[in-house]
Design a protein around this ligand. Structure first.
Ligand SMILES: CC(C)(COP(=O)(O)OP(=O)(O)OC[C@H]1O[C@@H](n2cnc3c(N)ncnc32)[C@H](O)[C@@H]1OP(=O)(O)O)[C@@H](O)C(=O)NCCC(=O)NCCS
Length: 178
């Protein structure tokens, strides 16, 4: 019996070691030298032309009211996320451009990027005050059963829809919920 137990433990240890480790990924500020690599991932993720994504990335990367971050694995860009604050309403914050290279999905990198964006918003822009952040949930395009944002504490905002017709979700930050 002791031998069986030891075998089971060895098996468990081996599977834990083999599991994908999001710690292999680093989240760093977006570098404009990475626009071509980001455009490739984003155009596939959102079914947009690479040219349009490249133009949008170039136009917005230096803007004071947005902050873009990228996930890298071994120095290669594998994902992006962008935080925005409104010019008109300084208390209005949103997140967009969350995408991960298909070869690196389901390893926790999407969650890492979202947590990084939330931490940035809480500390740098909200300065510890309570505000909500909103986003348009397009994860249900590929997978109608996706509960990606619900799992991170986001709530659907009635029947509000974003520019792409997807539901808007929101979450209060700095409210002791994250
Ligand atoms: C949505 C998206 C960014 C998620 O990226 P991701 O890196 O796969 O995200 P995660 O790995 O953190 O989480 C995805 C799922 O994998 C699971 N997962 C996380 N780590 C895991 C691991 N080590 N092993 C197995 N599964 C894991 C998560 O629990 C999650 O499951 P859920 O969807 O049922 O909640 C990615 O699918 C994507 O780019 N989609 C296309 C663009 C898009 O829809 N973007 C969202 C815009 S609103």
């Amino acid at each position: 019996m002791a031998e069986n137990m030891a075998k089971t433990l060895r098996k468990t240890d081996a599977s834990q070691t083999a599991a994908p480790n999001p710690a292999d990924a680093a989240i760093v500020p977006f570098d404009s030298g990475q626009i071509p690599a980001a455009a490739k991932i984003l155009s596939k993720a959102f079914n947009l032309s690479a040219r349009r994504v490249t133009r949008d990335l170039k136009a917005l990367t230096d803007s004071f009211n947005q902050a873009t971050f990228m996930a890298t694995v071994d120095g290669r860009l594998v994902g992006t996320v962008r935080c925005h604050r409104s010019d008109k309403n300084p208390d209005y914050f949103s997140v967009s451009l969350l995408a991960v290279d298909p070869a690196h999905r389901k390893k926790g990198i999407g969650h890492m990027l979202m947590r990084h964006a939330e931490d940035f918003l809480k500390k740098e822009w909200m300065k510890g005050a309570q505000h909500y952040v909103s986003l348009e949930d397009s994860t249900k395009h590929n997978n109608p059963k996706s509960r990606f944002y619900e799992g991170m504490g986001y709530t659907q905002w009635g029947d509000r829809k974003g520019a792409d017709g997807d539901p808007i979700f929101y979450k209060w930050l700095n409210a002791g919920n994250s």
